[in-house]
Design a protein around this ligand. Structure first.
Ligand code: FDA
Length: 393
């Protein structure tokens, strides 16, 4: 039986960052992970370039039952602190859009940064290690694993959410929460593409691969970032973002022309070029294939503009500005970037991530009921929550 000051379960973004932080304080740290490789989600992230933070991170970019919970950790370790660290490791990066910072080269550099930081403080990382049982002991916590038994003074749960089981995701963290009497708020896939009802899917199949600047709105929340039609349904940043706010059965309002007033444009075109077909005018905004498909889908007759009477052009504009879409569902955890819900934050200190009723037990990263928007916020939460726990274990 070996004793460590700190054992961290989960060698992902939050766990490795917590290990490095605790190691810098002189703690003897062991990180255990059941997967063969550490940081698999980091390697897959940002299309292989890892969107490692967002310059505009604020508490408003997170979904949590207690919207104040994230504030302390985000202010103790900010996006600028992580950017400094990336600079110190000479990793080149760029802003893609909306404050999202990506590696110029590869997400592997972020995993290397984390492993180098752990190595610098001799934090040990063991992979291929199944955790069999976790129990409380007189001096802290006792773990039985496939690689032996350990005790530790502080135990950190950093096993993430349920998204992408292929990358090693398991409900382990939620089971430990329940074992210690910590409720888990309902979980569901988030930052995930929508699937469509058969009728919509068939009609829109033609658009697979087409993307367009658009906004998506549901439950008083709106994202204006673009959508992508896929062979299963709809994706793209605006759809992924709104999926985190959408509940099964609800409708989503999609504005396919958020930057323009289509009605004013159509009225002007009707006066200036009355013999022009509606499809020709709409081709100013969209690819031809998209115009044809959407006119069929919205059941709009294509004719010269002068033939539209009364409110007919209003109807055209309304369809494009406020497409009332009812998704069939989502692609689920198989492709979701994150999991909504998790270990209930009311049971943890927002300053340290320590369980209020269990001294020495910490939960960090995505396993908590904290979900960031698309755009680097989820990794920033992993760094910030990992840091504050690392400073407190
Ligand atoms: P994370 O999932 O990173 O790590 C959990 C670790 O626990 C894993 O190593 C896992 O193997 C281990 N584990 C699980 N169960 C275990 C068990 N039973 N026993 C032992 N170990 C166990 N975010 C962002 O900000 N920018 C981005 O660009 C992206 N891109 C992106 C792409 C894709 C494809 C996905 C799936 C996700 C993203 N994300 C993202 C989200 C981001 O990856 C995610 O929020 C963080 O990785 C969460 O960090 P954690 O450390 O909490 O969990």
């Amino acid at each position: 039986m070996q004793h460590k000051d700190v054992i961290i379960i989960g060698a992902g973004a939050a766990g490795l960052f917590c290990a490095a932080t605790a190691g810098q304080r002189g703690k003897e740290v062991l990180v255990l992970d059941h997967a063969k490789k550490v940081g698999r989600k980091i390697l897959m992230s940002g299309g292989g370039r890892c969107n490692f933070t967002n310059m505009y991170t604020s508490h408003e970019n997170f979904i949590c039952n207690n919207p104040h919970f994230v504030k302390s950790a985000l202010s103790q370790y900010t996006q600028w602190d992580f950017i400094d660290l990336v600079n110190r490791h000479n990793i080149a990066y760029h802003e893609k859009t909306l404050g999202q910072l990506f590696c110029d080269d590869s997400a592997k550099q972020i995993v290397k940064l984390l492993m180098d930081e752990c190595a610098a403080v001799s934090a040990q990382v063991k992979t291929n290690c199944e955790i069999l049982t976790v129990t409380k002991s007189s001096t802290g916590y006792h773990l039985k694993t496939s690689q032996g038994e350990y005790t530790c003074t502080s135990l950190v749960i950093a096993t993430g959410g349920l998204s992408m089981p292929k990358l090693g995701a398991t409900p382990f963290g939620y089971q430990i929460a329940e074992q210690f009497g910590i409720p888990v708020t309902p979980t569901r896939a988030a930052l995930v593409p929508f699937t469509l009802h058969e009728h919509d899917k068939v009609l829109l199949a033609e658009l697979s691969g087409v993307s367009v600047q658009a906004s998506a709105e549901c439950n008083n929340t709106i994202f204006n970032e673009g959508i992508l039609f896929t062979h299963r349904g709809m994706s793209g940043p605006a759809v992924l973002q709104i999926s985190s706010y959408w509940q099964a059965g609800q409708r989503v309002a999609i504005n396919l022309l958020p930057q323009h007033d289509m009605l004013a444009y159509l009225h002007q075109a009707q006066t200036e070029q009355p013999n022009t077909l509606l499809s020709t005018v709409l081709s100013e905004f969209y690819a031809k294939r998209m115009v044809q498909t959407l006119l069929t889908y919205f059941k709009i007759e294509n004719k010269p503009l002068k033939q539209y009477q009364g409110k007919q052009l209003d109807n055209v504009a309304q369809q494009f500005h406020a497409w009332d879409l009812q998704p069939n569902g989502t692609e689920g955890y198989r492709t979701a970037e994150v999991t909504l819900g998790g270990a209930d934050t009311d049971y943890f200190s927002s300053k340290t991530m320590e369980a209020k009723a269990h001294p020495g037990l910490f939960f960090i990263g995505e396993v908590l009921d904290v979900t960031g928007w698309l755009g680097g916020y989820n990794f920033q939460w992993a760094w910030s929550s990992g840091y504050v726990a690392g400073m407190s274990v």
